[in-house]
Design a protein around this ligand. Structure first.
Ligand SMILES: [Zn+2]
Length: 390
C-alpha cells in the first residue's frame, strides 16, 4: 500500500472496501487495515453511520480487550443491478451485502440487434422505476455489466449488440441523480468473487480469469488508489489459423475453443441446454474419451493463453472461474500444464499460485449487484462528481 496522504474520499473508500470484502470487521483490525488511529477511524465511522452507509453492533470480540463494535455495511442501502447475458437481461434491486430483494429476467430475441436490445433495456428500466417508486426506494448506485464491453472496438460490441451511450441516456432520464457505472462482465464476476466468495484465495494484486460467453481477465488489486480492476483481453490469442472461426474475425482464438458456446458445441448440446443444466452438466453429460482428449487439449491452450499473459505482466496469483473449475483435477491439470509450458522455468520458478473458483455464470444479476456495491465503496459513498482537497 502506498504511504502517500489520502483524501477523505480515499480513506472512506478504503474503509468501505474492507467492509465489503470482509462482510464486517471489529474496530481495532479495521483501523490497522486502513492505517488509521482508532480515534480517526471513530470520526469517519460516525459520519458513515450518520449517512446510513454502515451500522455497528456491539458484540463480544474474539480477542482480549472486547467487547467492541462489529462494523458492517448498512443493509438498508439499495442498489440496482442490470446484467446482460447471452439469453436475457437480468434486472434487480439488492443491498450492499449481496442480498437481492427483487429480480426479473427479460428474454432477448433469438437474433438480438442494437434496437431490440435497447427495447429490452427500456422495459427493464421501466420495471426498475416501478419497483423503486412503489417501495419508496432511493437507489444509491446502479451497476450495469455488458459482455465484451470496451473490447475490440469502441463503437461495436462483438458479443451482444447494444448501444451503451443510448442506454446511459435512458438511465439519466429515468433515474436522474443516481450514479450509474457500466463495466465489462468479467469485472462484475471478478468483483462478485472477490467480495462474496467465502475464503477467496487471493488478496492484493492477482489475475482473475473468467471463462464464460467469452474468455477474459481482470487485473485485481485491493488498493483504492488507481484502478483496482482492469479488464484485459486474453481470449483472442490465436493457436492455429486452421482453427474455428472466432467472432473477432480471426480463426483459432483460444476463445473460439474454450468459451461457453464452444464447450456446448464440443459436448454436442445447445448452449441454452448447457446453461439450463447449470453446474450439473458435468455430472449429467457423458464425455466420451475422444471428446475428453479434445477438451484437455483446449484447456491446455487456455493455460498457454494465461501463461502468455503472465509473461507479459508477471503476477503471483491467478484465480480461474468458469466451466473449467467444475472438472476433475485430472482434467484441470491440462490448464496448469499449459501455464507451465508457457512460463519460462514453469509456474514454481515464477512463483505463481493458481486457484479454481466456482463458476458464477447463471447467477445474474449477482455480479452486477456486487459491481454496484464496489462502485459505491470506491467513491467512498460520496457523490460521484464531488471534488475535494486531499
Ligand atoms: Zn478471437
Amino acid at each position: 500500500m502506498s504511504e502517500q496522504p489520502r483524501s477523505r474520499r480515499q480513506t472512506r473508500a478504503a474503509i468501505l472496501g474492507h467492509l465489503l470484502r470482509s462482510g464486517g470487521m471489529f474496530r481495532p483490525p479495521l483501523a490497522r487495515a486502513v492505517r488509521l488511529s482508532e480515534a480517526s477511524l471513530s470520526r469517519i465511522l460516525f459520519d458513515l453511520k450518520a449517512e446510513g452507509l454502515i451500522e455497528e453492533v456491539r458484540r463480544p470480540a474474539p480477542y482480549v480487550g472486547g467487547p467492541t463494535g462489529l462494523v458492517s455495511l448498512d443493509p438498508s442501502v439499495a442498489l440496482a443491478a442490470l446484467e446482460l447475458t447471452g439469453q436475457w437481461l437480468s434486472v434487480g434491486v439488492g443491498g450492499l451485502s449481496g442480498e437481492l430483494h427483487v429480480t426479473e429476467r427479460l428474454p432477448l430475441p433469438k437474433r438480438p440487434t442494437v434496437e431490440s436490445v435497447g427495447k429490452v433495456f427500456s422495459e427493464a428500466l421501466t420495471l426498475l422505476r416501478d419497483w423503486t417508486r412503489r417501495r419508496r426506494i432511493r437507489l444509491a448506485q446502479i451497476g450495469v455489466t455488458v459482455p465484451g464491453l470496451g473490447r475490440l472496438s469502441i463503437s461495436g460490441n462483438p458479443i451482444i449488440p447494444c448501444d451503451v451511450d443510448d442506454i446511459s441516456d435512458m438511465l439519466g432520464e429515468m433515474f436522474a441523480g443516481v450514479p450509474v457505472e457500466f463495466t465489462n462482465s468479467v469485472v462484475g464476476h471478478a468483483t462478485f468473487h472477490r467480495c462474496r466468495t467465502k475464503d477467496y484465495p487471493f488478496s492484493g494484486a492477482h489475475l482473475f480469469v473468467f471463462v464464460g460467453q467469452g474468455v477474459a481477465g481482470a487485473w485485481m488489486d485491493d488498493a483504492v488508489e488507481g484502478d483496482a480492476l482492469q479488464p484485459i483481453e486474453l481470449g483472442h490469442m490465436v493457436f492455429g489459423t486452421e482453427g474455428p472461426r472466432c467472432r473477432c474475425g480471426h480463426h483459432g482464438c483460444v476463445e473460439a475453443y474454450t468459451s461457453h458456446p464452444a464447450l456446448a458445441e464440443l459436448l454436442g448440446v445447445s448452449e441454452a441446454k448447457l446453461l439450463q443444466l447449470g453446474n450439473d452438466w458435468v455430472n449429467t453429460i457423458r464425455i466420451s474419451s475422444p471428446v475428453r482428449g479434445e477438451l484437455r487439449q483446449r484447456l491446455f491452450r487456455l493455460g498457454l493463453a494465461i501463461g502468455n499473459t503472465l509473461n507479459v505482466k508477471p503476477c503471483r496469483g491467478v484465480a480461474i472461474s468458469g466451466w473449467p473449475s467444475l472438472l476433475s483435477e485430472d482434467d484441470r491439470n491440462a490448464v496448469v500444464d499449459g501455464i507451465d509450458a508457457c512460463l519460462l522455468g514453469g509456474r514454481k520458478l515464477a512463483q505463481v499460485s493458481l486457484a479454481f473458483v466456482p463458476p458464477s455464470t447463471g447467477n445474474d444479476p449477482n455480479a452486477a449487484l456486487a459491481f454496484a456495491a464496489f462502485c459505491l465503496a470506491s467513491r467512498g459513498g460520496m457523490p460521484a462528481a464531488a471534488t475535494e482537497a486531499a
